[in-house]
Design a protein around this ligand. Structure first.
Ligand SMILES: [Zn+2]
Length: 189
């Protein structure tokens, strides 16, 4: 009798496991698989347009104005406006950590506060590591900066080109949506 019960319990357990696995398999089959395609190009210095090369140079220069006594990671950003003006910014740290600001937002807010009605065309970003050398790998904006870049695109109603500099090459991304899929914007409000 006892043996029969144990067999029954095993059978029930097996049925449950098989049923659960079957459910997962069905879910996986019917689940709509979606993906983002993020196009970008890697350019050598010689492949950059003159305007882009100048913007990257401005970002590299902006690293000199960084205040990074804590991380020693000096970031510079340069923004090209529709009127041809280049505005730069750099990371500004603070002993009370959250009070600092990244170079990208520093540059964008600097541009927005100085030329509020002029659209931002492009931003270039460069960084020096703790040794003082420019990073080999292109530096990438943090999430907060990506959100601000997305807002800037939305604000001026035009795509913003992003140039991420590294000594091994510069990544060019046409539009912030490639950097921030599922961005939060006013349509959610
Ligand atoms: Zn940032």
């Amino acid at each position: 009798m006892c043996c029969k019960n144990t067999q029954k319990q095993r059978l029930s357990l097996c049925t449950f496991i098989v049923f659960t696995l079957l459910c997962f398999a069905i879910i996986l089959i019917i689940m709509e698989k979606l993906a983002f395609h993020i196009p970008y190009v890697r350019l050598d210095d010689a492949e950059l347009s003159e305007a882009d090369r100048q913007l990257v140079e401005a970002a590299k220069q902006a690293t000199e104005t960084s205040y990074a006594p804590y991380s020693q990671f000096r970031v510079g950003a340069a923004v090209l406006l529709d009127n041809g003006v280049v505005v730069s910014g750099s990371n500004q740290e603070n002993a009370a950590t959250p009070n600092g600001i990244c170079a990208e937002r520093c540059a964008i807010f600097h541009a927005n506060a100085t030329w509020p009605k002029v659209a931002v065309q492009a931003i270039a970003i460069a960084a020096r590591d703790t040794s003082g050398a420019f990073t080999e790998r292109p530096i990438s904006p943090c999430g907060m900066c990506r959100q601000v870049l997305a807002e800037t695109e939305h604000r001026y109603g035009k795509s913003l080109r992003v140039l991420l500099y590294g000594t091994a090459g510069t990544y060019l991304i046409e539009g912030v949506s490639g950097l921030l899929p599922f961005a939060f914007d006013e349509s959610f409000l």
